[in-house]
Design a protein around this ligand. Structure first.
Ligand SMILES: Nc1nc2c(c(=O)[nH]1)N[C@H]1C(S)=C(S)[C@@H](COP(=O)(O)O)O[C@H]1N2
Ligand SMILES: [Mo]
Length: 262
């Protein structure tokens, strides 16, 4: 038997390192550390692309680990926005989200909108997973929701759809160009992944406001900031160029990686 035992993680690490050194293998491969200009950013973005392709190739459709009920040790720690103040959100909350509708728009054959009751009556999936925030904490929690794939099958994506964008109710702060609402996105592999759900339940309860009521998305193979809360619209797009600053997410627009695979 082979004495070289590669775990999947070290294998991915080796693959990513090899591929990254191909990207950085030009004559200025070792200059970038001292580079103060935009090229560091470009190199990091290319590295993110490489991570994305290497992970997609090696991991494919693997499931994120699921846990036992007994491994849930505390409530899901609320982070980021925990109490959105937009007028629209406050009005919905005042009526216990009875008037909430999730809109599905963009590059779809049949745009649709769903009430919470409609979402709850569709097929559901419950999973106990670990949420990892870039800030260095994690939480195991039980999430219940409608698989995004079920909704995508109903609205039928057009052939040019490449990404799914999630638009949220919370304004992260207004700037010169107006409010900056939280948003996120994923590719179609993650969108159709069996653990990608439109979650309305947390730890056997209705999803509470601090964790994204009435609906937040779980994309279990990615980091915490890829789990949008307070989602009102799902939009199928061919590129992010026209959305906010064009990087595919609120934090991505501020330098975080778009592909945040765990
Ligand atoms: N709409 C919205 N979604 C969001 C955020 C946010 O500020 N607004 N924060 C993100 C981050 S950084 C994390 S770690 C998780 C926190 O989810 P939780 O509050 O349920 O723990 O939500 C993510 N989704
Ligand atoms: Mo986070």
């Amino acid at each position: 038997m082979s004495k070289t035992i590669l775990t999947r993680r070290t294998f991915i690490g080796a693959g990513a390192a090899g591929a990254s050194s191909l990207v950085l293998g030009g004559c200025d491969a070792f200059n970038f550390l001292g580079d103060r200009g935009g090229s560091v950013r470009e190199i990091l973005e290319k590295a993110n692309d490489v991570t994305y392709y290497v992970q997609r190739f090696l991991i494919g459709d693997a499931l994120a680990r699921e846990y036992a009920e007994s491994e849930i040790r505390q409530g899901q720690r609320p982070n980021g926005s925990t109490d959105p103040q937009s007028a629209e959100y406050l009005a919905l909350k005042a009526n216990d989200f009875a008037d909430y509708r999730l809109s599905v728009t963009g590059l779809v054959e049949t745009p649709k909108s769903y009430s919470l009751a409609e979402l709850r009556n569709m097929p559901s999936r419950t999973q106990i997973t670990r949420h990892d925030c870039v800030e260095g904490w994690s939480c195991i929690a039980k999430w219940t929701g409608t698989p995004l794939s079920v909704v995508l099958d109903e609205v039928k994506l057009k052939p040019d759809a490449r990404y799914i964008v999630f638009h949220c109710y919370d304004n992260m702060g207004s700037g010169a160009s107006g409010p900056n609402f939280y948003y996120e996105s994923c590719d179609l592999v993650d969108a159709r992944h069996p653990q990608t759900i439109l979650a309305y339940g947390l730890n056997n309860q209705t999803l509470p406001v601090p964790n994204g009521a009435p609906m937040r998305v779980r994309i279990e193979r990615q980091l915490g900031y890829k789990q949008p809360k307070y989602v009102h619209t799902i939009e199928a797009v061919s590129s992010f160029a026209q959305i906010a600053r064009g990087k595919g997410g609120y934090w991505e627009d501020r330098g975080y990686e778009w592909y945040a695979g765990i």
